[in-house]
Design a protein around this ligand. Structure first.
Ligand SMILES: NC(=O)C1=CN([C@@H]2O[C@H](COP(=O)(O)OP(=O)(O)OC[C@H]3O[C@@H](n4cnc5c(N)ncnc54)[C@H](OP(=O)(O)O)[C@@H]3O)[C@@H](O)[C@H]2O)C=CC1
Ligand SMILES: Nc1nc(O)c(N)c(N[C@@H]2O[C@H](COP(=O)(O)O)[C@@H](O)[C@H]2O)n1
Length: 235
């Protein structure tokens, strides 16, 4: 399944961009990515979760917001069905303007244990807690002070990372604030890979429905067990 998933993803994610930005997440039929009070939900079934890990293994970097790190402490390595070799692991990137990433974060211990690459933290150009920065760098984290203080998304963040770290494909996994911000920003995201799980969460759930959204062009969709995965491009 993993090989098949990789082939399917590679075929539908061909790109001639210098850096390709893929937004990916799992949602309920009614557009929620988490439950009440941001409770983490296992929306993806076995097969679609394998697809997500296949996407991780063919990506150079995987991005989440600090809210997701504080809420769930994700590992962000490719390990399903089995741990991918270090060369095939994506570099974890945390969007963290106020440098709140805990030194105990799993992305850091994964690096220490050799089951993940050294993470990068993107923080604000305006302020930086120097002690925290040094502590993170001491733990092997690369801290990049590139976020502008206005909370807007800019493609330049990723072109900069592409120049410095040679990233060609970056996948962004969430959470809700990041997804909504990216969906309402022009020209940042190239493709969406969205897993839709056949459940309804209701109005208490954490929705990613945004006021402003891009037009999408359907590329392909496929059933993975109980779930459907859609690939679409934004232009
Ligand atoms: N089903 C799925 O596929 C997924 C679900 N999730 C769910 O998402 C939820 C977490 O979402 P949420 O709490 O919104 O957290 P996010 O992970 O979206 O992180 C939000 C924070 O990231 C920073 N940030 C976001 N955008 C920008 C920007 N453009 N510039 C600068 N900083 C930015 C801000 O930090 P600051 O506050 O410091 O300014 C903001 O508060 C959890 O419930 C989790 O379960 C997460 C990933 C995937
Ligand atoms: N693909 C997918 N399906 C779900 O049902 C999910 N809840 C998520 N969540 C994302 O995966 C992260 C956890 O990653 P690790 O397993 O710890 O590596 C979580 O933080 C979300 O980003 N994704």
């Amino acid at each position: 399944m993993n090989v098949e998933s990789k082939e399917w993803l590679e075929r539908n994610l061909q790109s001639n961009k210098s850096v390709q930005i893929i937004l990916t997440y799992a949602q309920s039929i009614d557009g929620c990515i988490a439950g009440r009070d941001k409770q983490q939900l296992l929306l993806s079934g076995k097969q679609s979760m394998e697809m997500t890990h296949a996407l991780r293994s063919i990506s150079d970097a995987i991005v989440v917001g600090i809210g997701t790190v504080l809420n769930e402490d994700p590992g962000l390595n490719a390990r399903i069905p089995t741990l991918a070799p270090l060369n095939d692991q994506p570099t974890p990137i945390i969007i963290d303007p106020h440098l709140r990433t805990p030194l105990t974060a799993k992305v850091i211990s994964n690096y220490t244990k050799g089951v993940g690459k050294a993470p990068i933290v993107l923080t604000s150009v305006e302020r930086c807690n120097e002690d925290k920065r040094q502590a993170l760098e001491g733990a092997g984290v690369r801290v990049e002070q590139i976020l502008q203080g206005d909370g807007q998304w800019r493609r330049e963040y990723f072109t900069h990372l592409s120049h410095v770290y040679s990233f060609k494909r970056v996948m962004i996994e969430g959470g809700a604030t990041v997804i909504k911000g990216l969906l309402s920003s022009d020209g940042v995201v190239d493709e969406l890979v969205v897993t839709v799980s056949p459940v309804l969460i209701g109005s208490a759930g954490l929705s990613i429905i945004s006021d402003k959204v891009p037009s999408l062009r359907h590329k392909d969709s496929r059933v993975f067990g109980k779930d459907v995965v859609f690939i679409a491009s934004t232009q």
